[in-house]
Write a protein that binds this ligand. Structure first.
Ligand SMILES: Nc1nc2c(ncn2[C@@H]2O[C@@H]3COP(=O)(O)O[C@H]4[C@@H](O)[C@H](n5cnc6c(=O)[nH]c(N)nc65)O[C@@H]4COP(=O)(O)O[C@H]3[C@H]2O)c(=O)[nH]1
Ligand SMILES: Nc1nc2c(ncn2[C@@H]2O[C@@H]3COP(=O)(O)O[C@H]4[C@@H](O)[C@H](n5cnc6c(=O)[nH]c(N)nc65)O[C@@H]4COP(=O)(O)O[C@H]3[C@H]2O)c(=O)[nH]1
Lengths: 156, 248
């Protein structure tokens, strides 16, 4: 049982890192997409203050929301082990590319969006696979807790 | 490419220019997406996600103003703490938990504390309801409404011997598989571990499965063989019970 816990902990540490970088990536992507929409909407690269729209640009749809029963305890910190992922993300598109958006052409924006979208799918795929592994290990642990082969006492 | 943002920080430190500050904000804005997403976990759906993000952005602006490059910390680490703090402070000030519910929770906790010291054990639901002059339904309804599955709910509550400890982080630090830069010191961790052993077996199991094993309440309900509504109440009560013992 300890081995199952250890494997789950490893997978979880990896997932925490991936989910963090994925969210950063999605944020960059959402900002770019919002800029593209704004351009194609009124056709002029007049800067409507991005800061003002930032909160709606970056927020998740209500669909994302899991209720009390489906919620999991989550850590809120910069995870360990993100360096490999952040380096790769910055290589695909560095955050500084977001700074001069009004000056970019629509083609450039679209190119940025495509690059990030591909990388986002990559990360989401890795994340989903980690979920499958973590959830399987947790189900196995749950079964052991249920039939008494494992107890919280082991951890305390 | 690390150079670019560093140069931006230098320029901001030298000039305090609003335009440079705006670039820094946009550069780090995705951090707010991360934090707001995680603060929202386990919270009731009546809280608008876009609002969480906008509180978070104020936290980010604040972090940019206050950050001291020379201190040698990573900005992201500092920013995540400030963003989280800003969102939770704002939630508290807009009463995301209605005042009436909050008052009932306080009365409940006071009753728990009182009965604990009289009975030398965790009071049953019936004992609590009697002491408060509530029906059992009213007690269970309160336990359901005071949801403890969100960081915001736990964060605003713990004040142990003058230190504000984040119960969530400490609980999770206790069983971390990796050595971590813990938010809490060894003493707090030891206190928490020792306090957990004073809970009933069921309370320990619920908290342990949720915080140490990362299971959902629905999974925990299945392990314990209780209904969905009951597991929410049991979890809330276990957290309140832990808290009353901690501040004892
Ligand atoms: N409650 C909850 N559900 C989750 C979570 N992760 C994944 N899902 C569910 O699984 C679906 C597929 O996720 P994906 O493969 O990561 O694929 C995702 C991901 O690649 C991307 N995506 C998701 N959110 C964002 C975002 O905020 N910004 C951007 N730019 N892309 C996003 O769009 C795809 C479709 O997203 P959805 O329609 O939302 O559909 C999501 C969602 O229903 C989670 O942490 N919590
Ligand atoms: N073992 C396991 N863990 C899971 C699963 N789904 C999510 N998680 C983890 O649990 C955290 C909270 O998920 P949430 O409550 O759905 O809360 C999510 C959700 O509300 C939203 N979100 C993230 N990605 C998506 C998405 O693709 N689609 C939608 N609709 N919402 C998303 O952002 C919040 C935070 O996301 P993260 O920082 O990625 O943090 C996620 C992720 O680390 C799963 O099926 N199995």
């Amino acid at each position: 049982t300890d081995e199952i816990r250890a494997r789950r902990a490893d997978a979880q540490a990896e997932e925490e890192a991936v989910s963090y970088v994925r969210r950063l990536l999605q944020g960059r992507l959402d900002i770019l997409r919002a800029e593209l929409i704004r351009r194609t909407d009124d056709g002029s690269p007049e800067a409507a203050d991005l800061l003002v729209r930032l909160s709606s640009v970056l927020s998740d749809g209500a669909a994302g929301h899991r209720d009390q029963l489906g919620a999991r305890a989550t850590r809120l910190r910069v995870p360990e082990g993100i360096d490999g992922y952040t380096e790769r993300l910055d290589a695909v598109l560095d955050a500084s590319a977001l700074e001069e958006l009004e000056g970019r052409t629509v083609e450039t924006l679209q190119a940025f969006i495509d690059r990030l979208t591909d990388h986002e799918h990559e990360l989401s795929e890795i994340r989903q696979q980690l979920f499958v592994r973590i959830d399987a290990l947790r189900s196995e642990l749950a079964a052991r807790y249920k039939d008494g082969r494992a107890a919280i006492g082991d951890l305390l | 490419v690390e150079r670019e943002v560093e140069a931006l920080w230098e320029r901001y430190r030298d000039t305090g220019d609003a335009d440079v500050r705006e670039r820094l904000i946009i550069n780090y804005a995705p951090l707010v997406k991360y934090v707001a997403g995680r603060v929202a976990v386990g919270m009731p759906a009546n809280v608008e996600h876009a609002d969480l993000v906008s509180y978070g952005i104020f936290g980010l602006m604040d972090a940019i103003e206050k950050f001291d490059l020379s201190k040698g910390f990573k900005f992201e680490t500092y920013a995540v703490t400030r963003i989280r703090g800003a969102i939770i402070d704002e939630l508290r000030s807009i009463d995301w938990v209605p005042r009436s519910v909050r008052a009932k929770a306080r009365a409940l906790e006071a009753a728990m504390q009182r009965l604990e010291s009289d009975l030398r054990r965790t009071p049953t639901d019936e004992e609590l309801a009697d002491d408060l002059g509530w029906t059992l339904e009213e007690l269970q309804e309160t336990l359901t409404r005071v949801s403890m599955t969100s960081i915001a709910a736990l964060d605003e509550t713990l004040d142990v011997s003058g230190d504000r400890i984040s119960l969530v982080d400490t609980l999770q630090d206790l069983t971390a598989a990796l050595p971590e830069e813990s938010f809490e010191d060894e003493e707090t961790k030891h206190l928490l571990r020792e306090t957990l052993t004073r809970l009933t077996e069921r309370e320990q199991t619920v908290l342990g499965l949720y915080y140490f094993e990362g299971m959902t309440l629905s999974q925990i309900g299945d392990v314990l063989g209780v209904t969905e509504s009951r597991i929410c109440q049991i979890h809330t009560k276990a957290v309140l019970s832990l808290r009353t013992k901690l501040v004892d």
